[in-house]
Design a protein around this ligand. Structure first.
Ligand SMILES: [Zn+2]
Length: 200
């Protein structure tokens, strides 16, 4: 006899797709949810529906925004720097470390080494446009110290090096292969503070 409940199986399948969760931890979470249907499933379902309905990625800067509202990147500001990161988690780490005030640009990934070298999902064109359009003084390239991160950094440098804008990247001291998201505040702080100009 088949004892499986299809709704639960489906939920396990969905949860298992989340980063850091395998089927085992997915099952544990789901049991917890089922045991607390009113206090946990209901608000969770509501939150998810709200996010689905109201939140989107800005196609200009890559940050999250409320669908019918202007993104922060479209609002006039006197920031003169822009920090380029691979993903939102990297931006959140930099923000919470309180080491930088300025614009952010979230690429949404990296250029791969070969197959996805021209990763069409990356917000690369809009980055170049933002840099050329705004009177910025500095572009801080804060991609990871991975091969893909560095390939991406070189691509950006090449695209803007004639723009008379200061290009910097985070100082050495980032562990090779290190992702920004994984860094402790101290390392991130000194990498930011001692950032180095990119020379061509
Ligand atoms: Zn935006």
């Amino acid at each position: 006899m088949d004892n499986n409940i299809i709704e639960i199986e489906e939920l396990i399948k969905q949860f298992s797709r989340l980063p850091g969760l395998g089927p085992k931890s997915a099952k544990r979470i789901i049991l917890k949810l089922i045991d607390n249907k009113e206090s946990m499933v209901k608000p969770l379902a509501k939150s998810l529906a709200n996010v689905y309905k109201k939140i989107t990625r800005c196609t200009n800067c890559g940050n999250l925004k409320i669908i019918e509202k202007k993104c922060f990147c479209e609002i006039e500001s006197n920031f003169d720097k822009i920090c380029v990161v691979e993903n939102l988690a990297d931006m959140w780490v930099i923000e919470s470390a309180n080491i930088y005030k300025g614009h952010y640009h979230i690429l949404g990934g990296t250029l791969g080494i070969k197959d996805n070298y021209d990763n069409k999902n990356l917000l690369m064109d809009s980055l170049i446009k933002r840099i050329k359009k705004n009177s910025l003084k500095e572009v801080i390239i804060a991609t990871s110290a991975t091969v893909e991160g560095q390939t991406t950094a070189h691509y950006i440098e090449d695209a803007i090096k004639n723009d008379k804008i200061k290009i910097t990247k985070l100082a050495q001291g980032l562990p090779v292969g290190g992702e920004i998201e994984q860094l402790d505040d101290g390392t991130l702080f000194s990498a930011f503070k001692n950032r180095i100009p990119v020379s061509d």
